[in-house]
Design a protein around this ligand. Sequence first.
Ligand code: NI
Ligand code: MN
Length: 226
Amino acid sequence: MKITFLGHASLLIETGNHRLLVDPFISGNEKASAKISLSDLRPDYILVTHAHQDHTLDVAAIADLSGATIVSNFEIVSHFQGQGYEGHPMNHGGQWAFDFGTLKYVQAIHTSSFADGTYGGQPGGFVLSSGGKSVYIAGDTALTMDMKLIPMTTAIDLAVLPIGDNFTMGIPDAVRASDFVECDAVLGYHYDTFGYIEIDHQQALKTFGAAGKTLHLLEIGASLSL
Ligand code: NI
Ligand code: MN
């Protein structure tokens, strides 16, 4: 699996034969839109953790370009299906075997309304397993005891965790979250995009390092492989 950071909470995940885009928010993020072109992404699937605009802004535009199938909770998928898009609805605790691997939609503590106030179901995260590796994509969430359920069924190779604080976990709770999911390799996301979530990178790296963990902070457009 190759994971490319597209800014904020947006990721491109390349498995052997498929391209999965997570929470596309690029055109509204000037840090990302300068480097990433929507038409280059070409996803087969778009995974959406929750309905907030900083996670859904470019879903329709990219699905228009690539014909991707949108995977999210029932309410978000119904919203996009109502506009004519392909979708695969899930809900918490449910797992499905896709052609790229398996996805499980897991709990997050957050909210999930669309920008116009429309109900976007309950927010979640994903456990993605593909090619013998598993990644936990937390979505926007507080630290939650439910994270302890994840390693009971799946050994996590990389935890993608929000670290920007204010709207989600901050760094100390993200360290605890990595304990809860029993994974010492963390990709931080949901930081620096706007003023409420700016972080001190050196302090973040130091805090994870002191806990015996590796925090990856990728430049926009940079990748890591599992
Ligand atoms: Ni959110
Ligand atoms: Mn967010």
